[in-house]
Design a protein around this ligand. Structure first.
Ligand code: ZN
Length: 494
């Protein structure tokens, strides 16, 4: 029997706040190095930290969304260690009394639904960033950028509940959805606002834990999955050949797709934790927590279920539409403006998403409104414009925000449904294609598409296709069959 894979995650999330955790410096990403700094975040002598209220609010809202127990009293601690990206030589974190514990998040994989337990969530400050020219082992110098030092971080630690790299991947995706939904973090992994360390061990069975390794600083969902897959295979190979697993910290080499040893794991006492003397204990108050709990928005999983139930759309549609709060709100507003849910969903998932992707825009960066989209869907359903015309309308609406009916009037795009107008077009096409007409008359339905296409072309896409077919059938009925071939034709149709 192959050993069971056991995975636990530590996720670091940079919080969306204007200023840092203990000072007023900006948290803006991408500013020139060492411009978002002050004596507090550089840890100069004689300065005092002041706690950012917004960061605590973000923690409490996240804890509520993940059904955590929130402690009435928690405190900050100093975690002492020397590293060049940490100018104070200690990091203010939370050690034995984190604010939130015992939460949960449900995940769904091919294997079914399961609940992952969140062990704890605490608040801490981020470190600075070491920059190397080339790779770390050949760089002539280490440059330090302290813009990130002091940015508020949530550390979310799970129990070792995951049993495959896939489960870890699904958990992270679900967590990211919630964090973005609550607007506590933008979760941009490429900018480092969501980073993940993964613990992995192989259990020989019967709940016995094997020796674990920790893979540090995974910076994309893809690397989390690939690094875990590689590490599981590596440990299995070691065990199979009788080599003991060493407890250590490993890094992920993305280019070579291998994990590599970084350092043996520090024991906790190496950090010499002690209570942070410059900050008061954190006592959020039951009333405050209750207010946050009650004001919590509907979360992605609940919304997905409600969309399927209330709007009777497929669960695939529902999961696409709930991929961001902006998309979900737009969809619901479009339906409220009178569009049928399926039509609204089709436009949003289809043409609109495609155009936005091409232009790297999000829905709220365009002037399109739910009312105008509903108006356009109405024009299609009433037959005022053809489906083809609607596609070009949506493009213009996304660019200009104009009213669909206004564009239709300006550009003369109304669908031609009048029998007389269509008859004129069909006759014109019939006269130019007598052979095809006779072929269709004899029952060769294949040429119908060609003839209807010619009429659509002649009308610049504005002819109502069902009316074209109706007029065409009428015309065919009036068309005389060649005498000599009457028998053969009867035979074919009989
Ligand atoms: Zn500062």
């Amino acid at each position: 029997m192959s050993p069971e894979i056991i995975i636990g995650l530590e996720v670091h999330v940079e919080l969306l706040t204007e200023s840092k955790l203990f000072c007023g410096c900006s948290t803006k990403f991408g500013n020139p190095p060492n411009t978002n700094v002050c004596p507090v975040c550089l840890g100069l002598p004689g300065v005092l930290p002041v706690l950012n209220r917004k960061a605590v609010e973000h923690l409490i809202r996240t804890a509520c969304a993940l059904s955590c127990t929130i402690a009435p009293r928690s405190k900050f601690d100093r975690k002492n260690y020397f590293y060049p990206d940490m100018p104070k030589n200690f990091q203010i974190s939370q050690y034995d009394l984190p604010l939130a514990t015992a939460g949960k998040l449900s995940i769904v994989t091919a294997g079914g639904e399961k609940t992952i337990t969140i062990k704890r969530i605490h608040l801490e400050e981020d470190t600075g960033k070491s920059v190397h020219k080339g790779t770390i082992d050949c760089s002539l110098s280490t440059l330090e950028d302290y813009n990130r030092a002091g940015v508020p971080l949530l550390e979310i630690v799970t129990e070792p509940d995951m049993r495959s790299p896939e489960e870890a991947h699904v958990f992270l995706t679900g967590l990211k959805d919630i964090l973005r939904w609550l607007a506590v973090s933008d979760c941009k992994m490429e900018e480092g606002s969501l980073r993940c360390d993964a613990n992995i061990s192989l259990s020989p069975g019967d709940g016995v834990l094997g020796t674990k390794t920790e893979i540090k600083n995974l910076n994309s969902f893809k690397s989390v999955r690939e690094a875990l897959e590689h590490e599981a295979a590596r440990q299995q190979k070691c065990l199979a050949s009788g080599i003991a697993i060493v407890q250590e910290t490993r890094g992920w080499d993305e280019k070579k797709s291998v994990t590599i040893p970084m350092r043996s794991k520090e024991a906790e006492y190496d950090y010499r934790y002690f209570p942070e003397p410059d900050l008061l204990p954190l006592e959020p108050g039951a009333q405050w927590i209750r207010e946050f709990r009650e004001a919590l928005p509907e979360l992605p999983a609940e919304k997905r279920e409600r969309f399927v139930r209330d709007y009777r759309i497929p669960s695939y549609d529902s999961s696409v539409l709930t991929s961001s709060p902006a998309m979900a709100d737009f969809f619901e507003a479009t339906v409220r403006c009178g569009a049928s849910p399926k039509a609204g969903s089709n436009w949003l998932m289809g043409d609109i998403s495609r155009i936005l992707n091409d232009k790297s825009l999000s829905l709220d960066e365009t002037p399109l409104t739910p009312g105008r989209l509903a108006g356009m869907i109405d024009l299609v359903e009433k037959g005022t414009v053809s489906g083809k015309t609607a596609k070009s309308l949506i493009e213009e609406m996304l660019a200009t925000g104009k009213d669909p009916l206004e564009i239709v009037k300006e550009r003369g795009l109304t669908q031609i449904s009048g029998e007389d107008a269509i008859q004129a077009l069909v006759i014109e096409v019939a006269q130019a294609n007598t052979e095809a007409m006779h072929s269709l008359r004899k029952g060769n339905e294949k040429v119908r598409g060609f003839l209807v296409g010619q009429v659509m072309k002649a009308s610049k896409g504005r002819a109502n296709p069902s009316m074209v077919n109706k007029v065409l059938d009428g015309l065919l009925g009036a068309l005389p069959l060649p005498e000599a071939r009457q028998d053969e034709d009867d035979h074919i149709r009989g």
